[in-house]
Design a protein around this ligand. Structure first.
Ligand code: PBG
Length: 328
């Protein structure tokens, strides 16, 4: 008890603080999300995500070289197709944009881990994450089982193009098992699946939907993404994904769901990833632009806290900045 116990003793100087620090953030933990679209020499700034761009394959390759040089181990790719239709056919067309991007980046940077986001919302004209059919109430809704077929085709196209890992983000029931079985049958048994397992229906995805041009054209995603109120249900989602063969489970968003990350890290033996999403990034950016907060300090504190909650990997738009800040 005080005055014998004084916790401030080990906070007195930077060396003590360094010695007793419980959590570390390393460049090894970072995964950078990137958006790729058709064209050449494209570098379209994304208004709601300052510093982030939509790339064409050629500029993406240049960016990938820089990312590799910074020591970042992995990127995750999102595609914006040349045309959208009801079933999102451009997700798995022979010249699918993500497939062309994977091929080009793997050729230029063979050591960089290229993950692909597997979902239909970027490719459908209605902006939902799967095929639409009227439900029993007569309202349009995403048809789970019909969507599984589309997701399998997309995952196989990505793996065939050389993707190092696929990351299904659609939240259909049964998709991890279905994708795993089909990858195995097609000879891709060594391609890991990173499952967006506990993916909540979140307002923090707003800027991403600008970036990927994928806002739902009617309704919202609450019939497939999770209710922010539910932890037990998140645990069931994670259990199912692990049982279906997920190699990595993900919690998304990160900061409003640190308790879910903690639970995942304590209860499951697979590595846990967390997605520090577009809205979490944009909030800090916007406040920093006004001089209200310090971007670097807020970003590093956010990333460290996500690590402390138990995530090994963090998908973050700050990956390049953080890689530089960590060597300073
Ligand atoms: C696709 C997908 C989304 C995000 C990642 N994959 C958007 C959504 O579900 O609406 C969001 C990522 C972010 O906000 O940074 N389903």
């Amino acid at each position: 008890m005080f005055p014998t116990v004084r916790l401030r003793r080990l906070r007195r100087n930077a060396t003590f603080r360094r010695m007793v620090r419980e959590t570390t953030l390393s460049v090894d933990d970072l995964i950078l999300p990137l958006f790729v679209r058709p064209g050449t020499n494209v570098r379209n700034p994304i208004g709601s995500m300052p510093g982030q761009n939509q790339w064409s394959v050629d500029t993406l390759v240049e960016e990938a070289r820089e990312i590799e040089q910074l020591g970042i181990p992995a990127i995750i790719l999102f595609g914006i197709p040349k045309m959208k239709d009801a079933t999102g056919s451009q997700a798995f067309a022979p010249d699918a944009i993500v497939c062309r991007a994977v091929e080009a980046v793997k050729k230029a940077c063979p050591e960089l881990c290229v993950i692909t986001d597997v979902c239909m919302c970027e490719y459908t004209d209605h902006g939902h994450c799967g095929a639409i059919r009227n439900n029993r109430d007569g309202n349009p809704d995403v048809d789970n089982d019909a969507t599984l077929e589309l997701l399998v085709k997309e995952a196989l196209a990505h793996a065939g193009a050389g993707a190092d890992m696929v990351a299904p983000s659609d939240m259909m029931d049964g998709r991890i098992g279905e994708i795993r079985a089909n990858l195995d049958d097609a000879g891709f048994s060594d391609v890991p699946v990173m499952a967006y397992s506990a993916k909540f229906s979140s307002a923090f995805y707003g800027p991403f939907r600008d970036a990927a041009e994928s806002p739902p054209q009617f309704g919202d995603r609450r019939s497939y993404q999770m209710d922010p109120a539910n932890l037990k249900e998140a645990v069931r989602e994670m259990e199912l994904d692990v049982d279906e063969g997920a190699d990595i489970i993900m919690v998304k968003p990160a900061l409003p769901y640190l308790d879910v990350i903690r639970y995942a890290a304590d209860e499951f033996e697979v590595p846990v990833a967390a997605y520090n999403v577009s809205g979490e990034f944009a909030m800090v950016k916007a406040a920093a632009e006004r001089g209200w907060v310090d971007e670097k300090q807020c970003a590093l504190e956010s990333l460290l806290s996500i690590r402390r909650a138990g995530a090994k990997m963090i998908l973050t738009y700050w990956a390049k900045d953080a890689a530089r800040w960590l060597v300073e």
